[in-house]
Design a protein around this ligand. Structure first.
Ligand SMILES: NC(=O)N[C@@H](CC(=O)O)C(=O)O
Ligand SMILES: [Zn+2]
Ligand SMILES: [Zn+2]
Length: 345
């Protein structure tokens, strides 16, 4: 039983950094562990143009404390009116790394999202030509579809036809939560990959609903039955380069979560690597952690792997009930639990 593990420094391929005080408050937690992160564009208003992404990236860099080496990789929030020329130029200029498909009203700040993928067919075709990755929040939004079925329905109704139509388009099916998504990604060609969050490896829907309603376990896509969690764990530790790390760390201040209509999102940035490595350890797959955390993401995006390393050590520590994010209290994932691994840097 090894007491420590040293791996190539990881990147986070799905992250919400927010803006303003919240940005300053949460950024150090991510920058402490990760070299780069795919930064989600669902601000209010969303980041829909190269100019807006350039400004947002500058605000992120201004919020980064001295001594951290961190590179934000920006994404473009696709709308029905996205200009293919603008995002292609943003990609060519190194402002955009990817573009993000939010089905309209699927999740937090997605009201300006795409109402029908047919409306962005030209943009997606252009992205396929230039090799720009499409990140997807994969849930349908029809009111007659049960919330627990929305990801599986998305595969059948939207994703499978899209991939058949544009087989060269690089697609990351983000924060997958179902066995159906695991199967779909496994069987798809090499242009299709998926990210997996720590929470979906640790919790099923009971964690949210048994013994009281627990708003800090609520995120979208919502955690599913145990059989899905087990399928996700098997995928994460499989060694398949199609599955890699994306935390979907999504901070909301405590009051916005503990509400009659609580926001979706789990803030896992403070102990993200500790959370993931626990899963690989429990599964007896520590030797496959580095691929998932540090290799398959950059390989898929066509970016170089990081060259420095980080170390995690087997040490018990209790996760605080609440952390401060520039004056705002935010409840972290695993609050009050004891984790068996600590990040050393
Ligand atoms: N995952 C979440 O539950 N919430 C995210 C949005 C998202 O990734 O869908 C957020 O921005 O809060
Ligand atoms: Zn999402
Ligand atoms: Zn997200």
């Amino acid at each position: 039983m090894s007491d420590s593990i040293t791996i190539t420094r990881p990147d986070d391929w799905h992250l919400h950094l927010r803006d303003g005080d919240m940005l300053s408050g949460v950024l150090p937690y991510t920058a402490r562990q990760f070299a780069r992160a795919i930064v989600m564009p669902n601000l209010a208003p969303p980041v829909t143009t190269t100019a807006a992404a350039r400004d947002y990236r500058a605000r992120i860099m201004a919020a980064l404390p001295r001594g951290f080496d961190f590179t934000p990789l920006m994404t473009c929030y696709l709308t029905d009116d996205t200009d293919a020329e603008d995002i292609a130029q943003g990609f060519a200029n190194g402002v955009f790394t990817a573009a993000k498909l939010y089905p309209a009203n699927a999740t937090t700040n997605s009201a300006h999202g795409v109402t029908d993928v047919a409306n962005i067919r030209g943009v997606l075709e252009r992205m396929a030509e230039i090799g720009m990755v499409l990140c997807v929040h994969g849930e349908v939004t029809e009111s007659d579809v049960d919330v627990f079925d929305r990801e599986a329905e998305f595969i059948d109704r939207i994703l499978a036809p899209l991939i058949a139509d544009l087989p060269d388009l690089k697609v990351v099916f983000e924060h997958i939560t179902t066995a159906q998504a695991v199967d779909f990604v496994t069987q798809a060609g090499s242009a299709v990959a998926a990210t997996i969050t720590p929470q979906h490896l640790h919790i099923n829907r009971n964690a949210m609903l048994v013994g009281g309603i627990r708003p800090h376990a609520y995120c979208l896509p919502v955690a599913k039955r145990e059989l899905h969690r087990l399928a996700l764990r098997a995928a994460a530790i499989s060694g398949s380069p199609k599955f890699f790390l994306g935390t979907d760390s999504a901070p909301h201040d405590r009051a916005a979560k503990e509400s009659a209509c609580g926001c979706a999102g789990i803030f896992n940035a403070p102990f993200a690597l500790e959370s993931y490595v626990t899963v690989f350890d429990e599964e007896g797959a520590l030797e496959r952690f580095e691929g998932f955390a540090s290799h398959y993401g950059p390989d898929f995006y066509g970016l170089p792997r990081n060259t420095d390393t980080v170390t995690l050590r087997r040490t018990e520590h209790v996760v605080p009930d609440c952390v401060d994010a520039a004056g705002k209290p935010v409840v972290p994932f695993h609050a009050g639990e004891t984790l068996g691994w600590a990040f050393e840097g």
